[in-house]
Design a protein around this ligand. Sequence first.
Ligand code: DMJ
Length: 462
Amino acid sequence: MKNILCLSALVLLFLISTFAAIAQATGTTAAVSDKTLTVNKKEMAAKVKAEFLHAWNGYKKYAWGYDALKPLSKEPHNWYKKSLLMTPVVAFDTMILMGLTEEAGEAKELIFKDLDFDVDMEVQNFEVSIRILGGLLSAYELDGDPRFLTLAEDLGKRLMKAFNSPTGMPYLYVNLKTGATSGANSNPAEIGTYLVEYGTLSKHTKDPVYYKTAMKAMTALYAFRSPINLTAEGINIETGKVTSPISHISGYIDSYLEYILKGSILFNDKQLSEMWVPTIDAVNKYLADQTPDGLWYGHADMYTGKISETSYGALDAFFSGTLVMNKDLKRAVALQNSNYAMWMQNGVEPESMNCITKEVENGAYILRPENIEGAYYLYQYTHDERYLEMGANMFNNLVKYCRTDDAYAALKDVRTKEKKDYMESFFFAETLKYAFLLFDESGKLDFNKVIFNTEAHPYKRG
Ligand code: DMJ
């Protein structure tokens, strides 16, 4: 009997210490409170929807037909000489998912009345692709109106001229009417973030040219990786020459990494799966930075793998979602805890901070989605309510600090909370969509049956 008691005590001790070790490794105890969680999903979903309407109504009132609203001056704003209807195009699928039928109808009417790509203007290939082409394709999938696909195909044909380079990697800019290109010094994100949209366009038009074009650019870029499989943040698309040998998961590289994995899942593409394995191994081997208070990813020399900067910020936060998709739950949990700590340090996350000293490097917050997106991915995989609490706390602070009379505004600095006259269209497309989907119980969107493009536009798998 005594022996059995001793054995039970040992087993108990072992279980407690194992749990403590896992908690320490993943940082789970530090992330959110251990008290009974009380997030009311229904109430939170309704709150996010109401805030979407608040911002949308501001756009309607002051900037209808333009790309975006400047929320403090209440002036409309266009990216180029003619509006691409950025806000209505990217917000459309969010409205469908939120059940905002009337608003979606108004946006749709405006899009078919005014959206025209036959304009002599140079646009940024990457941004127009992920936002406008991306939005039109998910609008087509969710709404079924063939005019969305007609617009997407027209735009796809025009943007594809950007890939007319000696390597097949795209130029930064392309003229929508003439097809003239410019900008050879590019970066992986603006070279390798097309496959999810182009593949979906190929699927619906049954024309493989888009998929092939995006894939050619991706494989060309992959060929210019370093011998230790790290990607340069700067590359010349005509020659493949590295213009900046720093590697990281942040802006300029982020969505290229994301699209290798997403492309391999969405299109069941073996070549991409084979590219993904060495890529993620190198990222985890050289860029991951396990500090006493959590997991981060830093910046390193692409040839030596030596960490050169310990910067981490709002954009990097997307990577917890990528780790979830890679089924690496341990790192995903740890990184999302770091993401959340970064958000809560000043009430809202900064654009970048030093992950060792925790000093803010760039204090701006431009309504970015990645941190809430991370909580959404983690919740989908774990159903752990702590992610609801993370999402609710982040969203409530966003309302507290960024809401204006008629919309939402970026912050100049998260330390002072001073607002900036700027509201990105991805606030409608991504931030509010991921926040809503985190709490939504309608079942309208099955997470396991879609892949989101980098602007949160969902496409059906298969
Ligand atoms: C979005 O435009 C896209 O997600 C892009 O890949 C990088 N992040 C911004 C929003 O922060």
